[in-house]
Design a protein. Structure first.
Length: 281
DNA sequence: CGTTCAACCTGGGCGC
DNA sequence: TGCGCCCAGGTTGAAC
């Protein structure tokens, strides 16, 4: 679920835990399979209790809690991947089921990781492991600062569709299915266009609209679609869904040219686009 | 190397 | 009411 704007919003929302000392940790399990936690709960809790959180950061679509006081070779980042339905909350969750982790603090409300589908992950990583799992070979340049030149050199050799390149976190980190659709609509490009046919100038356009759309989505606190979906850390819905031009709008009229918006499937995922004003390259 | 596909899960919505 | 099916914001690893 959460893409860059949603993860950024949640991380900002829980930013108050920076400077706090963790006094309690629990990993409730209410469903069939426990969420993926590494290392196992006992060892993880032992490392976390008594540690201070230095800062809350974001790496692509992951939330990162930096821990203070780690020895050089010790785990020092708690990396939380919300995947489809994970939420980082500082208020009570939508339901008691699906609470996956609770961090308690002496002088701050608890931090709750809530994940309905349970596909999310929680990992305590050393510097080396963080580099391996979140370094440049896994996460490309952050989409908020995407540059046309870097994007062009990352994709121009490839024959795959441009939509897939935008979703490839090694190309640029943070874009998911919703924003990929909105970015390609804004750039006027058909999502099936092969990367190698996208010009340098068009890459500049893609980079520009990407930064603009993501900044605006962050300002509006992300996209919430339906109930039991993404919420801010205060459990409020985002507002960017009101700005969606094509995502989830199959069969409706294109706001730019009036053509009927289509839904197709690419790489097992829905793609929404306007056949009238998104040109195929 | 690139692409395709199943798998990991829960739950809402729809047709019958 | 209930059942079966399809769908969902993401990622990974195996197979081709």
């Amino acid at each position: 679920m959460p893409e860059l704007p949603e993860v950024e919003t949640m991380c900002r929302g829980i930013g108050g835990v920076a400077g706090q000392i963790i006094t309690g940790v629990s990993f409730p399990r209410r469903t069939r399979r426990p969420i993926l936690i590494s290392p196992p709960a006992g060892r993880l809790a032992k490392r976390l209790i008594g540690s201070r959180i230095d800062a809350v950061e974001r790496a692509g679509k992951r939330g990162v809690l930096r821990l203070a006081g780690a020895a050089a070779d010790e785990p020092e980042r708690l990396v939380i991947e919300p995947r489809m339905t994970g939420l980082l909350l500082r208020v009570p969750p939508p339901s008691d089921a699906h609470v996956r982790m609770v961090l308690k603090f002496a002088e701050h409300p608890p931090l709750i990781f809530w994940d309905r589908r349970g596909l999310g992950t929680i990992r305590l990583l050393t510097n080396e492991e963080f580099y391996r799992r979140c370094g440049p070979s896994v996460l490309g340049p952050d989409a908020l600062t995407l540059a046309g030149a870097a994007f062009h050199s990352a994709i121009h050799h490839s024959r795959r569709p441009i939509k897939q390149a935008l979703l490839d976190q090694r190309v640029t980190a943070g874009i998911g299915n919703i924003y990929a659709a909105e970015i390609l609509f804004a750039a006027g490009l058909d999502p099936r266009s092969r990367c190698c046919r996208i010009s340098r100038a068009e890459c500049d356009t893609i980079a520009t609209v990407t930064r603009k759309i993501l900044r605006r989505a962050i300002r509006l606190e992300g996209s919430s679609i339906g109930d039991e979906t993404y919420r801010t850390a205060d459990s409020r819905p985002g507002r960017y869904q009101r700005c969606h031009q094509v995502y989830g709008r199959a069969g409706a009229a294109c706001p730019r040219c009036g053509a009927i918006i289509r839904r197709i499937v690419q790489a097992q995922r829905s793609t929404f686009f306007c056949p009238g004003c998104q040109r195929r390259k």
